[in-house]
Write a protein that binds this ligand. Structure first.
Ligand code: B12
Length: 168
């Protein structure tokens, strides 16, 4: 590739300056359900790695159990779920409960992509996925930096002001 992927995908500033603390932290990333859309999740995984996290990418066609198994095996602190095909609400049902049953009580669950079919009121969509137990729910076209900033905050790696600065 002629130019850095960071420039092509508009990943923003190089956040690897913060590498060190994050390196020890594993996050699981993948596409949930019978959903073939991998491009956004690939970019997300790349951005997380660039930010210094240890990323286990599961690819497409994952069940909640696939994410949970990987999280247990790697002692992951967060699961990043992509869902693009529009049926995320069905695929994600019971995800949080299965995490808890498997002993992953405190794990951070983030979901994003294109969560519902067509255009729907975002506040309503967010509320429905929060009710399913997701800590953070992202609308279509969210830039990875936004979620990385939230992750650093949620993990207590930085204060609010530091997280804003690191994501810029
Ligand atoms: C490319 C594409 C395809 C390709 C997929 C190639 C591949 N292997 O990835 C092909 C042609 C195969 C395809 C097939 C289908 N597609 Co399609 N596809 C698209 C399209 C045009 C672009 C998706 C894409 O790659 N975008 C580029 C990436 C970079 O953006 P992104 O995925 O949104 O991800 C970014 C953010 O959302 C974010 N993000 C993603 N995940 C997460 C997760 C977290 C936690 C966070 C924080 C952020 C985050 O990070 C990324 C970088 O910024 C979209 C329309 C669109 N413009 O979005 C339709 C679209 C997703 N497809 C759609 C449909 C319906 C289908 C099919 C069902 C069509 C059919 N009838 O066969 C099939 C799917 C079959 C299946 N089993 O999944 C619909 C989904 C319906 C909905 N949600 O409303 C869309 C929205 C088109 C539409 N307007 O109707 N598709």
């Amino acid at each position: 590739m002629g130019q850095p992927a960071r420039a092509i995908f508009n990943l923003g500033n190089d956040m690897s300056a913060n590498e060190g603390t994050e390196k020890a932290i594993t996050v699981i990333s993948g596409v949930l359900g019978p959903d073939i859309h991998i491009i956004g999740n690939t970019i997300l995984s790349y951005a997380l790695r660039e930010a210094g996290f240890n990323v286990v990418s599961l690819g497409i066609f994952n069940t909640p159990e696939d994410f949970i198994r990987a999280a247990i095996e790697t002692d992951a602190k967060a699961i990043f779920v992509s869902s693009l095909h529009g049926h995320g609400e069905i695929d994600a049902r019971g995800f949080r409960e299965r995490c808890e049953e498997a002993g992953l009580e405190g794990i951070l669950l983030y979901i994003g992509g294109n969560l519902m079919v067509g255009k729907q009121d975002w506040a309503g969509v967010e509320q429905r996925f929060k009710a399913l137990g997701f800590d953070r729910v992202y609308p279509p076209k969210t830039r990875p930096q936004e979620a990385i900033r939230d992750l650093r905050r949620d993990l207590g790696l930085v204060g609010d002001g530091d997280a804003e600065a690191a994501a810029r």
